[in-house]
Design a protein around this ligand. Structure first.
Ligand SMILES: NC(=O)c1ccc[n+]([C@@H]2O[C@H](COP(=O)([O-])OP(=O)(O)OC[C@H]3O[C@@H](n4cnc5c(N)ncnc54)[C@H](OP(=O)(O)O)[C@@H]3O)[C@@H](O)[C@H]2O)c1
Length: 288
């Protein structure tokens, strides 16, 4: 699955690449992709191979020692981000790839404080940087913390107003990040909009997953009011209800309904289609 030719074995140098969020949805395939290409990788998080906690500054120095490049997933709370970037450059980091999100410029700024701080900090860092702004991930559908359990129970209910999303596969994000972390300098200093190849409505996505999983799963279109009620009755705190509400308001606005071209620009190929994702995830037992 990995396109090794896009991961440079030279480019930066042979220093370690620090992958923050190395146990997460994008970090896991990124660590794997870089290691398959023979790169030296430090997979970091609170429970990772390398212990790194945004809110335990004593963990930053050991994680950064000898690192030449960083994959940066910011915490929601932006407060430590600028200090981390400054410490990283002081420790010898010469390149950052930041995971941000599409809609960051259009949606309410309160939603994306950490990612906004990370974009700003690397632009001001004086070293090389790339910013990835992906659409919603395919893998949200098989993440226990997001929609997997609802799909397994046979019903996903959301307030989308039928607006599609060109969902992106985390493998594509990982391959783009790997190429930018290791490749030549001429692709640095740019923002990449990463999406799948075509807009997909949630209704179509659910029908595709149901077909591939061989079980009935229904998509229910909710009004925003009804959605908030469902979140509250599922026990979500009011702050989280407000955030989900704004995220779907953003989706309904259509700001990121059209595909981006970042995967094609960096990897020179089409992104993974939603149908391919659904087939692979169903075969791996995601919704069994
Ligand atoms: N899901 C989407 O559709 C989507 C779309 C666009 C952008 N994004 C952005 O993607 C980011 C999440 O990336 P992801 O999906 O790859 O990760 P993820 O699956 O949400 O996992 C979070 C990662 O961060 C680590 N982590 C959590 N708290 C930490 C802390 N205090 N210090 C250090 N590490 C910590 C976790 O590991 P430990 O628990 O071991 O610490 C884990 O590796 C968010 O900024 C989100 O806004 C997501």
């Amino acid at each position: 699955m990995t396109n090794k030719s896009t991961v440079s074995t030279q480019g930066t140098d042979d220093k370690a690449i620090l992958v923050l969020g190395g146990t997460g949805k994008t970090g896991r395939p990124l660590v794997r992709t870089l290691r398959e290409a023979g790169r030296r990788v430090r997979s970091a998080s609170r429970r990772g191979e390398t212990v790194f906690d945004w809110f335990e500054r004593s963990t930053w120095g050991p994680a950064l020692e000898g690192a030449g490049a960083v994959y940066l997933i910011a915490p929601d709370d932006p407060s430590p981000v600028a200090d981390f970037v400054e410490q990283a450059t002081g420790a010898g980091v010469r390149r950052f790839v930041v995971l941000s999100g599409r809609g960051i410029e259009e949606l309410p700024p309160t939603l994306f404080l950490g990612m906004t701080a990370a974009e700003r900090a690397v632009r001001a860092s004086g070293v090389e940087w790339s910013i990835l702004r992906p659409n919603n991930f395919n893998q949200n559908f098989d993440d226990d913390a997001i929609w997997r359990n609802q799909l397994r129970a046979g019903r996903l209910a959301l307030p989308t107003a039928g607006v599609p999303d060109p969902f992106i596969d985390v493998q594509d994000i990982a391959e783009v990040a790997a190429a930018l972390l290791t490749g030549d300098s001429d692709r640095q200093g740019e923002v990449y909009h990463l999406s799948g190849p075509r807009p997909v409505t949630f209704e179509e996505a659910v029908a595709t997953m149901a077909r591939e999983a061989g079980r009935p799963i229904t998509f229910v279109e909710l009004t925003p009011e009804r959605y908030r009620e469902e979140l509250r009755s599922a026990g979500l705190p009011e702050e989280a209800v407000g955030e989900f509400d704004l995220l779907f308001e953003g989706l309904r606005s259509g700001h990121y309904a059209e595909p981006g071209d970042g995967v094609q620009r960096v990897l020179g190929r089409e992104p993974i289609d939603f149908g391919t994702y659904a087939r692979r995830a169903a075969a791996a037992g995601a919704w069994s």
